[in-house]
Design a protein around this ligand. Structure first.
Ligand SMILES: [Zn+2]
Length: 432
């Protein structure tokens, strides 16, 4: 294991800084005390005698560590996971963190579930190898909303730890305080029904504007961003106008919804890879319930259209897979979302931005990660021999090497993961 105070010079045939056109041929990144001290041509790098040198080779491309803005570290291995104890799912989720790290992910935002709150701490203390986690904790939903489990007794739904059901401005305000009491990094709410919830429609708007404004006001006052699960256009627009920071899914966008997002700078996390996952699961035939198959079939064509509409309106787009660990949504394959974004019209560099710099901005941690620039944390991943800048599908082969806070924690040659203590990511306070 390397010395945390060590100075390391990482070199690669190409270094991409996480900025448009930011490619350095025969580049170097110098990491000192966990932070980036130099990025530029290797020939000009200030290399002191005691510095360690790691060369990833002429065919490697060094990128900022990837960021997935929408995961669930739920340890799910099947569609209905409610009957699986949380301690069993947590053990699986530890394995999922390792898969994410090998895939080049150094930051993930878990948008709902109690397990991620504990995983975040285990990663920071160095007990577990994985990306740093930003955790929403329990999802806030109206009674009968997307985070409810409609066909189970209400008593069960009220007592489970992965969601809070609350109705009315004062109750949702109290719910935000409970979520912050768990030390969540953000607040996740649901302003529409969903593909995955039984007795609602993605087109139903959930919560009133008054309730969502109360959530946003309370969360922002307590320094937390708000992410809204929102699929139908009306629930998207309502949430945007109430001031949420990111829209998750946005499957059925319309011109009014994308214009509102562009005007307010709301970031869209389209979870576009799910359009492919939906198509594959329908073709494969699973034990998935009929309502879910029907809603997936209805959504999958609209999803790509919505992303194109958002792109044309100038909406910022960040990558999020919505992978949970279940078949077809296994952690480790999360970069399939980057490939989907590239192919829908963002191009290779645009899609990589969605999984690095834009993702960091959406999470409020762009002053810490997401780009290879002096002063940021040295979180990086090397890929090759095919460069993801030429073909994003190269990401799916996994990383050649991963660096967290300046330490080499994984190489594909050695295979093993070396967890090390990390610092806590601290999202900047959102604007009130
Ligand atoms: Zn989700």
């Amino acid at each position: 294991m390397s010395d945390p105070a060590a100075e390391t010079v990482y070199t690669a045939g190409r270094v991409w800084t996480g900025e448009r056109g930011g490619v350095v041929r025969d580049g170097a990144v110098v990491a000192v005390d966990g932070r980036i001290a130099y990025v530029g041509p290797a020939a000009d790098a200030p290399v002191r005698a005691h510095a360690r040198r790691v060369d990833f080779g002429p065919d490697a491309t060094l990128l900022p560590g990837l960021i997935d803005c929408h995961v669930h570290l739920a340890g799910s291995r099947q569609y209905g996971w409610e009957a699986v104890p949380a301690y069993q799912r947590a053990a699986r989720a530890v394995a999922d963190l390792g898969r994410l790290l090998r895939a080049g992910y150094t930051t993930v935002r878990d948008v709902g579930g109690a397990i991620a709150l504990g995983l975040r701490e285990a990663v920071i203390e160095g007990s577990v190898a994985g990306p740093r986690v930003l955790a929403a904790g329990p999802i806030l939903s109206q009674t009968g909303g997307h985070a409810d489990v409609h066909s189970l007794p209400l008593r069960w739904a009220m007592e489970q730890e992965d969601a809070i059901l609350a109705d009315g401005p004062s109750a949702v305000r109290q719910a935000v305080r409970r979520i912050c009491r768990l030390n969540a990094d953000l607040v996740k709410i649901c302003t529409t029904g969903g593909v995955g919830s039984e007795f609602d429609s993605p087109h139903d708007t959930h919560y009133t504007p008054e309730e969502v404004r109360a959530v946003v006001e309370e969360a922002h006052r307590l320094g937390r961003r708000v992410a809204s699960h929102a699929q139908g256009a009306d629930g998207v627009r309502m949430a945007v106008e109430a001031g949420v920071d990111t829209i998750e899914h946005g499957y059925y966008l319309d011109p009014a919804a994308v214009d509102a997002m562009a005007a307010r700078g709301t970031v869209l996390v389209p979870t576009l890879v799910l359009a492919r996952v939906y198509r594959e699961t329908l073709a494969a035939g699973t034990d998935m319930p009929a309502y879910r198959r029907r809603k997936q079939a209805e959504a999958m064509d609209a999803m790509a259209e919505s992303v194109r509409l958002a792109l044309a309106a100038g909406v910022a787009i960040a990558s999020g897979s919505d992978f949970v660990g279940a078949p077809g949504r296994e952690h480790g394959g999360n970069a399939r979302d980057v490939v989907a974004l590239a192919e829908v019209g963002m191009g290779a560099e645009g899609a990589l931005l969605a999984a690095t710099a834009t993702a960091a901005r959406a999470l409020g941690v762009d002053d810490q990660v997401g780009r290879l620039v002096v002063g940021l944390d040295a979180d990086m991943a090397a890929f090759g021999p095919t460069s993801p800048l030429d073909s994003p599908a190269a990401l799916l082969d996994g990383a050649l090497a991963v660096v967290q806070r300046g330490r080499l924690v994984f190489t594909s040659r050695a295979g093993a993961l070396e967890p090390a203590p990390l610092t806590r990511l601290r999202p900047r306070r959102p604007a009130a």
